[in-house]
Design a protein around this ligand. Structure first.
Ligand code: IPM
Ligand code: MG
Length: 357
């Protein structure tokens, strides 16, 4: 079978890590008899440099014509002082909206071989944790009305959050379905003691829970959730939350694994086409030095095989190869101090993963 994959390498370490994932996919293609075809498109700072815009129309069209999209990372100091509309980040929001990717899956798992890397105390993480954040991705305050105006005290700025029943229901269903495939526990996180959007959110999540009697469902306020994540992360299985709370909590969840260079993510909509990217950023300080950890992007490619192409065995094969490489003690610089004395480079890490496939 032939699969067309749009490659958005982006900025900083983006190109190196995406190229690692491409090598891994090519090896998987050979082993299992699939034909993965890659077409690169510009996004982020490199797109601004070449075309004047962070998300050229050609990139959107190319992604829409593809079976799935693999993204590295965007942004860097070079483009930090541009105005809101032509910042590299704008491209991320634009591509999510253009592809209708309303679901963002962000798994945060503590690898047993990397336990010492977690900033949490040993007694807190001794059981390990493996949670999945389901973040709403195309609504809420990120996409609400915003602007500047004259207010009571002079110039003021405002951003608004709106959520419709349709938007809450569809992300809620994804979350309940995700919980059904995991440990059947779901916590919905909101700020229903203050925000009206949260009150509607909570109401609808409760309605949905009636359709999923097997799922153990509860609500949690976002401030408490931020606390519970560092107090007892093992209590969580699946978390569902709004765009902004998900943005914040997913950074917290990834940090407590101690290995943000390992975490993948998937953004999905109503079709099989998804956008897969590492959770970490473009790390401009180490770009082009062959020091980056390619694992998060390689695992993002595995998520693509699982969610977009239904290639479960192939996805398992990549994940097992990564586990084996870590068990064998190989570490990129970001993971050092957690097992091996000397760091391997991005390309060496990629080589090790390829050997295990
Ligand atoms: C993320 C990022 C983006 C977001 C930014 C870069 C727009 O923080 O993917 O979590 O807030 O969604
Ligand atoms: Mg973020």
């Amino acid at each position: 079978m032939k699969y067309n994959i749009a490659l958005l390498r982006g900025d900083g370490i983006g190109p190196e890590i995406v190229d690692s994932a491409v090598l891994v996919l090519e090896k998987i293609g050979k082993k299992f008899g699939h034909d993965f075809c890659f077409t690169p498109y510009l996004i982020g700072g490199c797109a601004i440099d070449k075309t004047g815009e962070p998300l050229p129309a050609e990139t959107i069209d190319g992604c829409l014509a593809s079976d799935s999209v693999l993204l590295g990372a965007v942004g860097g100091p070079k483009w930090d002082n541009l105005s809101g509309d032509i910042r590299p980040e704008k491209a991320l929001l634009g591509i999510r909206a253009a592809l209708g990717l309303f679901t963002n899956l962000r798994p945060a798992k503590l690898y047993s071989s990397l336990k010492e890397a977690s900033p949490l105390r040993e007694d807190i993480v001794k059981e390990g944790f493996d949670l999945m954040i389901v973040r709403e991705l195309t609504g809420g305050i990120y996409f609400g009305e915003r602007g500047r105006r004259e207010g009571k005290y002079g110039a003021e700025a405002y951003d608004t959050e709106a959520y419709s029943r349709m938007e809450i229901e569809r992300i809620g269903r994804v979350a309940f379905e995700t919980a059904m495939k995991r440990k059947k526990r779901l916590v919905s996180i909101d700020k229903a003691n203050v925000l009206e959007t949260s009150r509607l959110w909570r109401e609808i999540m409760h309605e949905l829970s009636a359709d999923y009697p097997e799922v153990e469902y509860s609500d949690m306020l976002v401030d408490n959730a931020a606390m519970q994540l560092v107090k007892n992360p093992c209590q969580f299985d699946v978390i569902v939350t709004s765009n902004m709370f998900g943005d914040i909590l997913s950074d917290e969840a990834s940090q407590i694994t101690g290995s943000i260079g390992m975490l993948a993510s998937a953004s999905l909509g109503n079709t099989k086409r998804g956008l897969y990217e590492p959770i970490h950023g473009s790390a401009p300080d180490i770009a082009g030095q062959n020091k980056a950890n390619p694992i998060a992007t390689v695992l993002s490619a595995a998520m693509m095989l699982r969610y977009s192409f239904d290639l479960k065995e192939e996805a398992d094969c990549i994940e097992k190869a990564v586990d084996a490489v870590l068990e064998n003690g190989f570490r990129t610089a970001d993971l050092i101090g957690t097992g091996s004395a000397e760091a391997v480079s991005c390309s060496e890490m990629t080589e090790k993963i390829l050997e295990m496939i």
